[in-house]
Structure formats: C-alpha cells, structure tokens
Design a binder for this molecule. Sequence first.
Ligand code: GUN
Length: 293
Amino acid sequence: MQLIDGKMISEQVKQEIAVEVAEIVAKGGKRPHLAAILVGHDGGSETYVAAKVKACEVCGFKSSLIRYEADVTEEELLAKVRELNDDPDVDGFIVQLPLPKHISEQKVIETIDYRKDVDGFHPINVGRMSIGLPCYVSATPNGIIELLRRYNIETKGKKCVILGRSNIVGKPMASLMMQKRYPGDSTVTVCHSHSADLKEECRKADIIIAALGQPNFVTADMVKDGVVIIDVGTTRVPDATRKSGFKLTGDVKFDEVAEKCSFITPVPGGVGPMTIVSLMKNTLLAGKKEIYK
Ligand code: GUN
C-alpha cells in the first residue's frame, strides 16, 4: 500500500508556482492577484480562507480579503462582485461558500465573470469542462486529478466508482474521469443515496472516489484488493481529547481499508491540501490570461 501524500505534493506545487511567479515578476510582468469574499464567521470558512490567503503568500501572489457580516444584503454582495469583475487589478476571485440563507449562492456564482471564476463554479466553466474545453476546473476535482497524475496512477479502462453526486465534487469528478485523456479514460459509475447496489458497485471498482460526507462509510468488506482510494470526506467528528474539540474524519474507514489498497489518501493530509493548490494554479492561469484573454 502506498500513501498518497497530498501535503507533500501540495508543497511541491506551491514551490513550482512560486518559481514561475518570480520569473514573471522579474520580467516585469504583473503579480497575480486573488481576491476572496468572506461573509459571516463560519468556523470552516474562516479556516479555509485563512489558508487560501497564506497559500497566496507562499506562491508570491497578491491577495485581498473582503469581509462582510452575515447580515449583508444580497444586493450589496452582488455589487461587490460586479466591482471585482470590473477591477483590472484583480485577476481572479472567489466568494467563500456557504452563504447565509437569505443570499442566493447560485445568483452570486452566476454574477461572477466566468473569466475571473477561479473556483470554476460558473455554469460556463462547468459546461466547458464537461465538453473538454479549456476552463477553470473546480478545486477538489482538479486536486484529485493532480494527485492521480503525480503518482502515475493508471486510469485508462479502469472501473471508477464515485460516491456522491454533488455539483462541486461528484459530478465534475465523473466528467473528468471519463474524459478522453490521462488521467481519465475510465469507466465511471456514480453512486448516491438512492443507489440500490452501492456496496456491490464498490466491490467491482478499481478506483473509488468517496465524496459523500459520511464519516467511515466505506468499510473493508466493500472494496477489492488493490483498489485505489481517494477520500474526499472531511467531517468534523467531536473528539474531546483534541484541543480543537474535533477530529477531521474521512468517508473511508482508513484503518481497515488501507491494507487492501494499492494507493490511498489519508484524512487529513490527502485531498484537502490539494484543493487550495488547485485554486493557486487557477489563479496563476488567471494572472497569465492563459485560458481567457
Ligand atoms: N466552500 C467549500 N469549498 C469551497 C470552495 O472550493 N470554494 C468556495 N468559494 N467555497 C467553498
């Protein structure tokens, strides 16, 4: 069994980005600029955004953090989105989700100029990805693709089972794993809460990408020997023995599943660190105007 070290790969990719940014700046080019909008004080969102700002520093990007209280109106937020769309100094920006209930996330996403949508959530980017055109691919799926590539994991002709059909992980992951290139060319099955034979589908899988958000859902009896496991789960399970009060727990029962795997991602330290790196890669592409002029 080989552990897929997302933490190590993420540090490596950030260093590669930093080298490229230094070269761009040395040649008189513009330092890429990522802006992030954070609404309210959700614990998870605070942590993610702080990590994104820190990663920008490591990569040599300029970053701006724009904060609103949870009672900001939808119109006020949309006005800021439009302002960032029109700001030539901002190459790309994100609005951290989830948003308070009185604000339509979809409306916010669709107001972002797709050319600055480094989260890859805008329907134009999602659509372009699904037909294999250059676009911003969303962070988690892109991070997983990068891990498969860096570990030279075979995907062509493999049976890939994806657990979960969310718009930000399951669905784009299915598109990417079936695309006509490496990593891809897999035979993809998407399982979800209404799948009748989920366990049996998993037992047939060469690759399982678990993104259900149900801690310890995948057990040893559900996987075959030699399987590749990518665990996207990051549920905060209460744990009084920890200073934080919780333990980040994946969708896979690691201790019993790992010994059957050829490759497996740990939680934490697997997919998680790669998501932020994907955002950094998209920001670099945005800075270079490599996808959209
Ligand atoms: N909330 C959880 N993941 C993400 C992400 O990738 N981008 C944004 N904007 N919000 C998130």
